[in-house]
Design a protein around this ligand. Structure first.
Ligand SMILES: *[C@@H]1O[C@H](CO)[C@@H](O)[C@H](O)[C@H]1NC(C)=O
Ligand SMILES: *[C@@H]1O[C@H](CO)[C@@H](O)[C@H](O)[C@H]1NC(C)=O
Length: 212
């Protein structure tokens, strides 16, 4: 048994747009679909090995001695915008066991698209990252801490092109700790909005690699 001291609820993590195409040619196909099929929530051990996990990397990025089947929760409730009837929300938990490799300064549990690669589709052309988030009142975030909930990292690890955060960004006074914040690769704020404690909130971030 480990103490969960925080959690964030995340669903429909996908790249590309739009997700509800009109009839006819799909001009923006889904490149990475991070939605969780219902079968994965009824047997979470599917997340633990390459043999069954075709969505996310089963090994990264998480506490060394934990498996995804114990890290992830499936709280149910209202479906998010893109989940429909075939997919369910997923909740990521962190604890003092969430130490990746020897990174003891923070706690990590991050689902990584299995098929993304340093020179892959996630870094080419124009891509839009869609995600929906909702708070779990049973496991509230401690906003005295900084949370990096969604991000996309440059292939050379030099920076994150975008960061979706909440809580008190380290080095700040925490005045905006109740807001979700979208930061650019230099940590500059691009957008900020209040965290809704009860409803789903939907975000989409366009990444234009032609302009880099
Ligand atoms: C994690 O899952 C793998 C594959 O099912 C299993 O071999 C291993 O014992 C599990 N590890 C822990 C810490 O539960
Ligand atoms: C929130 O985090 C701060 C800083 O680590 C800690 O002092 C405080 O006790 C935590 N609050 C709760 C409710 O866990």
């Amino acid at each position: 048994m480990y103490t969960i001291f925080t959690a964030a609820l995340l669903s429909a993590l996908t790249t590309a747009s739009p997700l509800t195409p009109r009839a006819g040619t799909i001009s923006c196909p889904i490149v990475f679909d991070g939605r969780i099929p219902t079968a994965f929530s009824t047997d979470p051990t599917k997340f633990d090995t390459y043999a069954t996990n075709t969505i996310y990397n089963p090994d990264y990025v998480k506490g060394n001695d934990l498996n995804w089947s114990t890290i992830l929760k499936f709280p149910g409730g209202t479906a998010s915008r893109f989940d429909g009837t075939d997919h369910v929300p997923v909740e990521v938990t962190i604890s003092d066991q969430s130490i990746f490799q020897t990174q003891k300064g923070f706690r990590r549990a991050g689902l990584q698209f299995l098929k993304d690669a340093a020179d892959g589709e996630g870094q080419k052309g124009v891509k839009t990252l869609h995600f929906s988030v909702k708070q779990d009142s049973a496991r509230p975030l401690n906003l005295t801490h900084e949370y990096l909930n969604v991000w996309h990292e440059a292939a050379d690890y030099s920076a994150d092109q975008i960061m979706f955060q909440t809580g008190t960004i380290i080095g700040s006074n925490g005045a905006d700790k109740n807001n979700f914040k979208i930061l650019d690769r230099n940590g500059k704020s691009l957008y900020s909005t209040a965290t809704d404690k009860t409803q789903w909130q939907n975000f989409a971030i366009k990444l234009d690699y032609n302009k880099k």
